[in-house]
Design a protein around this ligand. Structure first.
Ligand SMILES: *Cc1c(COP(=O)(O)O)cnc(C)c1O
Length: 224
């Protein structure tokens, strides 16, 4: 399958599930290109994708340099504090803010406001990055001191499981938390966005109100 056909299928599924979940705005599709070449990333661009995601520094810089200027670049993985200065000013959205030390470094190195998602480990699985749901309010309060950091939303990765109702519960819990923070009308944390859903669960995330889904394998494939 080519990227364009994959995208059509994905869009169709997203539309159905948003309808089912009574979600009025479709999520933005981020093409996660970490497993593929620049050629394949360009295919996604040709198919109309403008949001691109990478989870490592090298891949991020490679795709950022190769893709046309009108793309929106998302850094979706954890970032080592000592690497922040090399990359942060090329990042349009950073999806993995989960510690103050990292926030402090971003604030120090950024030349403009950086749109950040706070990464939440909703399931509490020890293998996953992110803070717990209980910690979100405090963490966001602490981020107010960093004038370059704008908390645009919350992000999560669901665990690997076939239990769709469990994943749905996790996504809904994150949406509820997002709604709570949004209601507080914080200047540094408007928190209007929700980044959740990957190849295996973007349909569930769409139904639960994701505003960004991050899709690699099902959209651009995976080159070993
Ligand atoms: C790799 C990755 C994705 C995409 O994964 P697929 O299962 O290939 O769609 C999404 N989000 C994050 C944070 C990732 O690291």
């Amino acid at each position: 399958m080519n990227v364009k056909q994959n995208l059509e299928q994905i869009n169709q599924q997203i539309t159905e599930h948003c309808k089912k979940g009574e979600v009025s705005t479709l999520p933005n599709v981020i093409a996660v290109t970490k497993y593929v070449t620049i050629d394949r990333a360009n295919d996604a661009y040709e198919a109309g994708i403008r949001h691109f995601g990478e989870n490592r520094l090298e891949g991020f810089q490679q795709k950022h340099d190769a893709l046309p200027d009108d793309v929106v670049m998302h850094f979706i993985g954890t970032m080592q504090t000592r690497k922040v200065k090399e990359v942060i000013n090329d990042v349009d959205y950073f999806h993995a803010l989960d510690r103050l030390k990292l926030a402090r470094e971003i604030n120090k190195r950024a030349q403009h406001e950086i749109k950040c998602f706070v990464q939440v480990n909703v399931s509490g699985e020890s293998s996953k990055q992110g803070i717990t749901l209980e910690e979100v309010d405090n963490f966001i309060d602490e981020l107010e001191q960093f004038e370059k950091i704008k908390v645009v939303g919350l992000m999560t990765m669901a665990p690997f499981t076939d239990d769709e109702s469990y994943i749905k519960d996790l996504f809904q819990s994150l949406r509820i938390k997002r709604d709570e923070i949004k209601k507080r009308n914080l200047k540094h944390a408007p928190c209007t966005e929700l980044s959740m859903g990957m190849s295996n669960d973007y349909h569930i995330a769409s139904e639960a109100g994701a505003t960004f889904v991050r899709i690699g394998t099902k959209l651009v494939g995976k080159e070993e």
